[in-house]
Write a protein that binds this ligand. Sequence first.
Ligand code: F6P
Length: 549
Amino acid sequence: MSIALPLTDEKRRAEAWTRFDAVAARDGDARIETLFEAEAGRVGRLTLEVAGLTLDLSKQAFTAEGLDACLALAEACDVGDWKRALFNGAAVNASEGRAVLHPALRAPDGAHFEALGEPVSREVEQVRDQMVAYAEAIRAGEEAGATGERFRAVVHIGIGGSDLGPRLVWDALRPLDPAIDVRFVANIDPQEIAEALTGLDPASTLVIVVSKTFTTQETLTNAVLARDWLAAALPEEGLRRHLVGVSAAPDKVESFGCGQVFGFSDWVGGRYSLWSAVSLSCAIGLGGEVFRSLLAGASEMDRHFLETPLAYNAPVLMALAQVYNVEGLKRRARTVAPYAHGLRRLAAFLQQLEMESNGKRVTREGKPATRGTGPVVFGEPGTNGQHAFFQQLHQGPDVVPAEFVVVKQTLEGRDGAPLWSNAVAQSEALMRGRTAEAALAEMMEQGMDQGEAERLAPHRAFPGNRPSTTILMDRLTPQALGALLALYEHKTFIEGVIWDINSFDQWGVELGKVLAKRVLGAAQESRDSAKRAPESWDPSTRSLFERLI
Ligand code: F6P
């Protein structure tokens, strides 16, 4: 059954963009620090507490009127209707005719979701229960390997959305000395799987192959290597006990030789799939209860997103801050700095989530997008990034908005202040900057010779006025992590709605895959014959090929 997608009033949308552009042009140079005096209550208005997270957007660049223009734009783009369309299981991914229902995966038992009119929640609960039961059986040693040994290591093989989410969850929540070691393999570079398997005993190792399509070259290549490694050491009849597959193509998993298969549906996008059996490795390593708490945190964010008016809706305000920076102020990049070692792969996760979702150049209708669409996203954990690229954030010619994700207490019993104080200081420094006069006065006060101080002052000046958002959490709990990742998912979707693009397809990755197959095919042929690239290729590609073959 098809559920209608929102039909936007083009005139109203165009008018909202015109107002947005006008306000951004007028207010674009306003100094953020002066907005606190001009707008009484700015901090309170732009601080939200949601699902265990505190978001402070008050150091963003929009003025009160800029925010109003952003909210009017969101209304004119039917953000409310699009939210409901997503949760109601409409074909929001129109280019593939699919519903987009990751919220159904984390909804509490008894929820009712439909994808294109078909109920899905019972099946979701069944798979979730089976997955958690299997994870607990592995943890208890009730599910053992071919020789009766209990599993002590899990090797998770997958790439992109079948890797980044679970890897982030494991890094964030893992115990210091886990009873079951979880290792991840994504790259087709054989070095990665060699490193992952080193030191492991096949008799106590479970290999989980995760691939939505079960056709991905990197994953299948690594899966074959892992299967061979197991087969060389284990009795043939018990091999299947060591191989598990998670996929939307269960028949392919079975023919690969997996003893257990966990499925998910095509309405779960790869980069939105960590809430499904894609995170089986984490459920095994962390336990079913932790996995369920992760889902509960995300589900709390879903409720907030669905039910809260746009003006106080955390994902919507985060999206509007980004749209204002990209469209209003032409800032085509954003950096993310998680102040927590456990979140060190957050930027990589967000790169796929945001850049694969919104790195688009045509509208939903296939017309050229007249707006900027998704910016470049990059980052490193704080404080490491401060000693690398933050120099450019502070003094480079381009303004790069920043996002600080701060965990107050990362390790039980240790003082968190040395870590979080850096995040707070960075956001202040980026906003305030320091004039050359202030730098000069400071050096003189310290007793520096005037000539020398004047020579150094321009080097020691900071323009400031660089916007940032700060997200705080007390501890990196499963609930807080779930809420954080769901926040980013919904933010990404809302940006797509405002830019009028489909955030749920990824045709842009296809051409490279096709050409890689062609190059590999030519390499395999050329090994035994003349080491030449086909004449039809361009000279540069031919030259590279002939150097490598
Ligand atoms: O190539 C991009 C992509 O299709 C991602 O969207 C996806 O997360 C990744 O590859 C892995 O795909 P699969 O889970 O089907 O192996």
